[in-house]
Design a protein around this ligand. Structure first.
Ligand SMILES: *[C@@H]1O[C@H](CO)[C@@H](O)[C@H](O)[C@H]1NC(C)=O
Ligand SMILES: *[C@@H]1O[C@H](CO)[C@@H](O)[C@H](O)[C@H]1NC(C)=O
Length: 420
C-alpha cells in the first residue's frame, strides 16, 4: 500500500530517481538479454503425438474435467494445444478425463481443427462435449440486442448510452463449459477430483501434470504463469498476491515485497489470493456441491456503472473463499512458478529454457528495486471509495471480491455502441 508519511517533494524526488534508475537498467539488461547467441534447441518432440505409441501412465491425480474456451486460436491449436492435450490424456488415461470445449464464432481454422480433435477423442474413447457454435459475432450481438437493454449486463456509460459489459458475457461463456458437469452428476458420473481450465496457450503434457501435482495436490486452485512476450507475463487482471494486491511488474518476480515475492524468487509455490494465468487446476468439490455450486459471475451492474470492474477469473476465487469451502487436504490458491505457458511459441520457448536461470535473477534486481522505490503497488483509494458508496446506497449489498476490482469499465467495441 502507498505510504503517506513522505513529504510530497520527497516523493517526486523518489519517483524521478526511480525512473532514471529504471531506464538505465532496463536499457542495459534488456539489450543484454535479447542478444542470446545460442541457437534454441529443437523442442518439437515435446508435441509428437501418436495413437500407436504407448506412454507410461501417471498415477495419483484422479479424475480430471478439462475445460477450454476457444476463439480464433488456430495458431496455438496445431500442433501445441491439441497434441499437448492428447498426450496429457494418454498419460492420465482416457477413462479418467472428460473434455469440455466451447468454440464461439471464430473466422479462422479453429472450428475445423476442433472437429478433427473431436474425432480423435472419439477414437480414443474419451467422454466429452465439443461444442462448436456456428454463430458470428454480429449474430451474437444482434441476439443480445433483441433481448433488450433492460437486461442484466447492460449499463449506462459516460458516452450517454446503454452498452453491454464484457465480463458477464465471458462469465457465461465459461459457465457453458461446466454445463456437461450437471448432466454427468445426474448420471452418477460426476466424481471428478480436479477441474482444469486451459486457455489458448502453448503447453506440454508435462507442464499440466506438474501443475496438477502442485504441493502434492494440496490446493483449492493452482495456476501456471502466462507470457505473451518472452519476458512479459500477461494476465494482470486476475492475479492478486497474498495480501490481495495487484502484481506491479510484468517481469520476474512480478510481485511486490512479501510472501508472494519471496516464494517466487525461491521457485516455491507462490501463495496468492487469486490467479488464472493461462492454466488453472481447481479442486472440483466446490463446483460439484449440490447447494450453490461454484460458478463464474461478474460484479453487479449497479457497481460496474460507477466505473469499477473485476475479472470473472478473480471473483471465482473470492467466492470460493467466502462460501466457506475449507479442506485440510486441499488448501489455498497457489501459482506454480515452474509451470510457464505462452500465448505463442517464442514466449513459451524462452520461458521454458530460461526460467530460474541467471538472466532471470539479474532482471529481478532492477524490478525489485524499482517497485520498492515507487512503493508499488499503489493503493486503489478511488475504487475502495466507490465500493463503499455502493454498499451504503442499499442495505445488504456485498462484494466479497473487492480485491479483484479495478478502476475500469469494459464495454468493448462490437458489443458496444449498439444503442443510439
Ligand atoms: C467468443 O469468446 C471470446 C472469449 O473467449 C469473446 O472475446 C468473443 O467476443 C466471443 N465471440 C462471440 C461471437 O461470442
Ligand atoms: C495443506 O496445506 C495447508 C496450508 O498450507 C496446511 O495447513 C495443511 O496441513 C496441508 N494439508 C496436508 C494434508 O498436508
Amino acid at each position: 500500500m502507498l505510504r503517506r508519511r513522505f513529504h510530497p517533494y520527497n516523493r517526486i524526488r523518489r519517483i524521478l530517481f526511480a525512473l532514471i534508475f529504471f531506464l538505465l537498467n532496463a536499457h542495459f539488461f534488456f539489450h543484454f538479454l535479447h542478444s542470446d547467441p545460442e541457437p534454441a534447441p529443437d523442442t518439437s518432440a515435446l508435441w509428437e503425438y501418436s495413437p500407436y505409441v504407448a506412454i507410461p501412465r501417471v498415477h495419483g491425480i484422479g479424475k480430471v474435467y478439462i475445460a477450454a474456451n476457444h476463439w480464433i486460436s488456430a495458431k496455438v491449436l496445431k500442433p501445441y494445444w491439441i497434441n499437448g492435450l492428447l498426450l496429457l490424456i494418454q498419460q492420465l488415461g482416457p477413462e479418467n478425463v472428460f473434455v469440455s470445449i466451447y468454440e464461439n464464432g471464430s473466422w479462422d481454422e479453429t472450428p475445423a481443427m476442433l472437429r478433427e480433435l473431436d474425432e480423435i477423442l472419439d477414437k480414443m474413447g474419451v467422454a466429452r462435449r465439443v461444442l462448436i457454435e456456428a454463430v458470428t459475432h454480429r449474430e451474437q450481438v444482434a441476439e443480445l440486442v433483441a433481448q433488450g437493454d433492460d437486461k442484466p449486463g447492460w449499463v449506462m456509460t459516460s458516452r450517454g448510452k446503454k452498452e453491454l459489459r464484457r465480463i458477464p458475457v465471458l462469465a457465461k461463456l465459461r459457465n457453458r463449459l461446466l454445463e456437461p458437469l450437471e448432466q454427468l452428476q445426474r448420471q452418477g458420473r460426476g466424481a471428478f477430483d480436479r477441474i482444469l481450465f486451459l486457455n489458448d496457450v502453448v503447453f506440454t503434457a508435462q507442464d499440466v501434470i506438474r501443475l496438477l501435482k502442485t504441493r502434492n495436490g494440496n490446493y483449492t486452485a493452482a495456476c501456471s504463469v502466462d507470457f505473451n512476450k518472452p519476458h512479459q507475463y500477461y494476465d494482470t487482471f486476475a492475479l492478486r498476491d497474498s495480501y490481495g494486491r495487484e502484481a506491479p511488474a510484468q517481469r520476474f518476480p512480478f510481485f511486490a515485497s512479501g510472501e508472494s515475492q519471496e516464494a517466487m524468487m525461491d521457485g516455491r509455490p507462490v501463495p496468492v489470493k487469486s490467479c488464472w494465468n493461462g492454466m488453472v487446476a481447481f479442486d472440483a468439490a466446490p463446483f460439484l456441491r449440490p447447494q450453490n455450486p461454484l460458478r463464474f459471475r461478474a460484479v453487479d451492474d449497479s457497481l460496474a456503472v460507477s466505473h469499477v470492474e473485476g475479472s470473472e477469473c478473480c471473483l471465482i476465487h473470492a467466492d470460493n473463499a467466502k462460501h466457506g469451502f475449507h479442506s485440510r487436504q486441499r488448501a489455498g490458491v497457489w501459482v506454480n512458478p515452474m509451470v510457464r505457458v505462452g500465448y505463442n511459441f517464442p514466449a513459451y520457448q524462452y520461458q521454458r529454457l530460461h526460467m530460474y536461470s541467471w538472466p532471470e535473477y539479474l532482471i529481478s534486481l532492477p524490478v525489485r528495486v524499482g517497485v520498492w522505490l515507487l512503493r508499488m503497488p499503489w493503493s486503489k483509494e478511488q475504487v475502495s471509495a466507490r465500493i463503499k458508496e455502493w454498499k451504503g446506497e442499499e442495505a445488504g449489498r456485498d462484494e466479497p471480491g473487492d480485491f479483484c476490482l479495478v478502476d475500469e469499465m469494459h464495454v468493448p467495441e462490437g458489443l458496444a455502441g449498439v444503442f443510439p
